[in-house]
Design a protein around this ligand. Structure first.
Ligand SMILES: Cc1cc2nc3c(=O)[nH]c(=O)nc-3n(C[C@H](O)[C@H](O)[C@H](O)COP(=O)(O)OP(=O)(O)OC[C@H]3O[C@@H](n4cnc5c(N)ncnc54)[C@H](O)[C@@H]3O)c2cc1C
Length: 415
């Protein structure tokens, strides 16, 4: 590939594209609108907590091969931490029951035949009744394919799919659910060991990527918001940044790795997801009791997942649009009461310093109707490719999807 590759957007999709193109020996320049890289996957100093936190707790699984490959390339492998096996502690706030789902390391799902390892109150037959989700009709909703009710759904399938799709599962895309199940639970415990960026998303994913790019002479310009694409003769002829315009040479290429609302405004005729779901995170500055697992699934409350860091407890609530207008103090208190019950800190009288972070457009809604709108990486323009968690990766909006999309755009542009 002669010429320069211009990557627009330094979220994970853009960084992944830039790393792969540069790795292949080509000249790359990254243009990012914000003052920092990382997009929806970033760390920042929070004044209310007076500590560095992430914009949202991000859970990866050991089967996220593109994300792990990316970390290896940028020299950050080993920065994701998690338990040695795919063990998931759960608490049911309504009944007070606690259990640990233990998905064995192998591919054969012996655990579903073992009452001490599967979800309490379920039988092996319950699991088989969800097998139809593994190869669903392309355009179906999950609720069209399986019954979204019963103990197994309430205690495992529902919470898992809600977290993965960030969309209420009955209406969610069965095709996306099928991919998630095939790449995780069905692939066995080695593929679904939970992994978290214990030192933060920035130090794990973003800073090492920027260092790697800098070491290869890739310039990353911040405050560089692309305002328009100049199009002539079926190709991108110039990048318009408002106060300056960058003409492109005959061999120059563009990878657009911006959110879908930005991409559709820039690229004529582009259709893309336009319905989004919120994620709410709550953070409490308190050292968790020593026995607190790193991740706990919570059933029967507002809280869905609790992440324990050495100096704080953080909560994730998916498809949380119903909570975006709840007063912050009330929400912080509701969530804290549940966190205190789960971590057995109920005797703690005062709520610790807290922060509520609401990302209104955290991800596109993983509905069949939105899935149909996801474009591939190729465009109608000869030197323009798309990347982003919202492009047609076959996965819901995730780190893994974003990183795969960047690598795929890089591979197509190299042809
Ligand atoms: C709260 C929250 C929790 C999440 N939890 C998880 C999780 O547990 N596990 C998981 O795998 N995923 C999770 N995700 C999803 C994950 O963060 C995203 O899928 C991923 O970060 C998307 O990366 P991206 O590069 O596609 O998009 P973005 O991160 O949105 O990057 C786009 C970049 O383009 C830049 N940009 C925009 N307009 C312009 C312009 N005109 N010119 C130049 N640059 C521009 C933006 O500033 C941004 O840096 C979560 C997301 C959120 C918000």
């Amino acid at each position: 590939m002669a010429g320069t590759v211009h990557v627009i957007g330094a979220g994970l999709a853009g960084l992944s594209a830039a790393v792969r193109v540069s790795e292949a020996g080509h000249k790359v320049v990254v243009h990012e609108a914000a003052g920092q890289a990382g997009g929806r996957c970033r760390s920042y100093h929070d004044p209310a907590l007076d500590m560095e936190i992430d914009n949202g707790n991000h859970l990866l699984l050991s089967g996220n091969h593109a994300a792990l490959d990316f970390l290896r390339t940028i020299g950050a492998d080993g920065k994701l931490a998690g338990p040695p096996h795919a063990d998931f502690p759960f608490v049911d706030l309504k009944t007070g029951e606690r259990w640990t789902l233990r998905i064995g390391d192998g591919r054969i799902p012996w655990w579903i035949f073992d009452a001490t390892r599967r979800v309490p109150g379920t039988t092996a037959r319950d699991y088989l009744s969800f097998a139809r989700l593994l190869r669903p009709p392309r355009d179906a909703a999950i609720g069209d394919v399986v019954a979204c009710k019963g103990t197994l759904y309430d205690r495992l399938l529902g919470p898992l799919l809600l977290a993965a799709l960030n969309t209420a599962p009955p209406a969610g895309s069965a095709a996306l659910a099928g991919t998630i199940l095939r790449e995780t639970i069905v692939a066995g415990g080695r593929a679904c060991r939970p992994l978290i960026a214990r030192d933060g998303l920035g130090p794990t994913f973003i800073a090492p990527a920027l260092d790697w790019l800098a070491s290869r002479g890739v310039s990353v310009g911040f405050g560089r918001r692309l305002r328009a694409l100049d199009i002539a003769a079926g190709r991108i002829a110039a990048l318009d940044f408002g106060d300056d315009k960058l003409p492109l040479g005959a061999d120059d290429k563009v990878m657009l790795a911006v959110p879908p609302v930005v991409a559709t405004a820039l690229v004529p005729g582009l259709d893309a997801p336009d319905d989004f779901r919120a994620i709410v995170n709550a953070h409490y500055r308190v050292a968790p009791p020593p026995s607190t697992p790193e991740i706990v699934g919570v059933i029967g409350g507002t809280v869905e997942w609790i992440f324990a860091f050495p100096d704080r407890l953080s909560v994730t609530i998916s498809a949380a649009d119903r909570l975006v207008d709840t007063p912050r103090e009330a929400l912080a208190k509701t969530i804290w009461d549940e966190v205190a019950a789960v971590t057995r800190m109920a005797d703690a009288t005062a709520m610790p310093p807290w922060q509520i972070v609401r990302e209104r457009r955290a991800t596109f809604a993983a509905l069949p109707s939105q899935e149909r709108k996801r474009p591939g990486a190729d465009t109608a323009y000869r030197n323009l490719w798309l990347a982003g968690d919202w492009t047609a990766t076959g996965l819901p909006a995730t780190i893994e999807g974003a990183i795969r999309s960047g690598a795929r755009a890089a591979a197509l542009a190299a042809k």
